[in-house]
Design a binder for this molecule. Structure first.
Ligand SMILES: *[C@@H]1O[C@H](CO)[C@@H](O)[C@H](O)[C@H]1NC(C)=O
Ligand SMILES: *[C@@H]1O[C@H](CO)[C@@H](O)[C@H](O)[C@H]1NC(C)=O
Ligand SMILES: *[C@@H]1O[C@H](CO)[C@@H](O)[C@H](O)[C@H]1NC(C)=O
Ligand SMILES: *[C@@H]1O[C@H](CO)[C@@H](O)[C@H](O)[C@H]1NC(C)=O
Length: 454
């Protein structure tokens, strides 16, 4: 590069904010954990502005149950394949594309992803987990103190097992597993991948293309069309050569390069913030219909995990009442965005008044259901059970707090960030007593494939 061009480029870089700065809030399920906790960018071990005073005074934590999403991961084999196709197309075109600086820059971009990376945990994902573990231990020092038992379970996916091991490493060597120093992660897919085990969900949602009709309609709709035309023009490609899936892969690559390598990739320069909002909506629509409020079975299939959480809380309360040591003070389970999203829907969180539809993009601009805020990489939902000493004997001793991504959640029944255990169980009584995984997940005997019968 000639020195003058180099100087001009440098000037440009100094003047322009990094392209990803405006986009990184719209990466949906591919969002960095730092998007929900920006204070971690400068200090990955900081507990954040709300840390002090958020935990109840005169209460001792008895049990902590954490359901985690694995840390930052590589793209899946399918995504890598699609990116390879798009990149190859740009390489073929680049020769005659001097008028398209974006196409030239992307043809020069080294395609380094391999299909064998297939969704594995990235080095950044290990750091996500180690740092999360250290922050959790700092927030609940009494629970994580030396010689407490930790029960660690995981989905069978490699990235989850690796995340569990990284979480364990982050805690250091002081915890007792009841069996030496070996990192022992118990695989439990019936809890962490309940969706795979739910026949009704698999047949009627996962493998039923008609169930994704809103997603497919949005891909063909006017908002996506505008993004497609813009990207095609920037790349000097005929718009017919692009489709929503290819454009989504380009956007995903922008998100992966930031999450995995902490760089702003030239793929990001294809998109404006407006485009990013449209692509975020596409991602959220899919989450909504496949994992969220779209169909009841999405969340109902998670009641097996919900009930397991309360069984362990019950047991801890019983043990405390009879002055026994708590047998499971720390339960950490590693799963997926697909584990957490249905569970949060079952509990009624992030529910909008209107459903997310292909046709209401603009009306949903202020929606609660934004996956990037709910389930970024390393997302975590934590139940903390406390024993509290009250001056007033009529107050209940057992209280619960819920934290999502290390921020207190407000309970719907009280509009408060702490609840008595009795009130909480009462609020979720119907799910606890009447949701039976086996029955919920049984395929209806009649031949149902139509979406309106779900
Ligand atoms: C998974 O967890 C459930 C609920 O705690 C338990 O009943 C089941 O035995 C566990 N499965 C395995 C394979 O450990
Ligand atoms: C990521 O990049 C930014 C800006 O280049 C830098 O300030 C930050 O320290 C980097 N973060 C990590 C974890 O390397
Ligand atoms: C819930 O609490 C917040 C803050 O304490 C308050 O602003 C809000 O109005 C309350 N909402 C309801 C429905 O009570
Ligand atoms: C269900 O109905 C569809 C279309 O009506 C048909 O193609 C399919 O074979 C049926 N499946 C079963 C199990 O009967």
């Amino acid at each position: 590069m000639a020195p003058r061009r180099e100087a001009a480029l440098l000037l440009l870089l100094l003047v322009l904010p990094p392209a990803s700065a405006g986009l990184s809030g719209y990466f949906g399920t591919k969002s960095r954990y730092e998007e929900v906790n920006p204070h971690l960018v400068s200090d990955p071990l900081s507990l954040g502005p709300g840390a002090g005073g958020s935990l109840p005074a005169s209460c001792t934590p008895l049990q902590l149950r954490a359901v985690l999403r694995h840390g930052t991961r590589y793209p899946t084999a399918g995504q890598v394949r699609r990116l390879g196709e798009l990149h190859a197309r740009l390489l073929r075109r680049a020769a005659g594309a001097a008028a398209c600086p974006a196409a030239v820059a992307l043809a020069d971009w080294p395609m380094w992803y391999e299909e064998s990376l297939d969704g594995r945990l990235a080095p950044q994902g290990r750091r996500d987990m180690e740092q999360l573990a250290r922050r959790m231990a700092a927030r609940f020092p009494a629970l994580f103190a030396a010689r407490r038992r930790l029960a660690l379970a995981s989905s069978s996916k490699h990235r989850c097992l690796q995340s569990g091991a990284a979480f364990r490493r982050g805690l250091g060597p002081t915890l007792d597993f009841g069996g030496g120093d070996e990192v022992e992660v118990e695989v439990n897919d019936s809890l962490m991948r309940f969706f795979d085990h739910c026949a009704k969900f698999v047949a009627l949602v996962e493998e039923n293309d008609a169930a994704m009709c809103q997603v497919n309609a949005f891909k063909e709709g006017p908002e996506m069309k505008k993004v497609l035309e813009k990207v095609a023009s920037a790349l000097c490609l005929p718009v017919e050569e692009l489709n929503a899936d290819l454009v989504q892969v380009a956007f995903l690559t922008c998100s992966y390069e930031l999450a995995i390598k902490n760089v702003t990739s030239p793929w990001c320069s294809l998109f404006s913030e407006e485009d990013a909002k449209v692509l975020e909506y596409l991602n959220d629509l899919k989450q909504y219909w496949k994992r969220g409020y779209g169909y009841d079975i999405n969340s109902r299939s998670s009641c097996v995990l919900f009930q397991d959480i309360f069984q362990h809380l019950d047991k801890a309360v019983e043990e405390s009442k009879s002055s026994k040591p708590i047998s499971s003070p720390l339960i950490v389970q590693v799963g997926h965005a697909e584990t957490l999203q249905p569970l949060l829907a079952l509990m009624g969180y992030f529910k909008d008044d209107e459903p997310l539809l292909a046709t209401n993009y603009a009306r949903q601009a202020q929606r609660k259901f934004r996956s990037g805020r709910i389930v970024p990489y390393a997302a975590n939902l934590v139940f903390v059970l406390y024993h509290c000493d009250h001056v007033n004997a009529s107050q209940e001793e057992y209280q619960v707090q819920l934290l999502l991504n290390e921020n207190l959640l407000t309970f719907h029944h009280s509009n408060n960030t702490i609840s008595t255990y009795t009130d909480l169980k009462d609020y979720y009584k119907d799910i606890l007593e009447n949701c039976h995984f086996k029955e919920e997940c049984e395929l209806p005997k009649v031949n149902v494939t139509a979406v309106d019968e779900l």
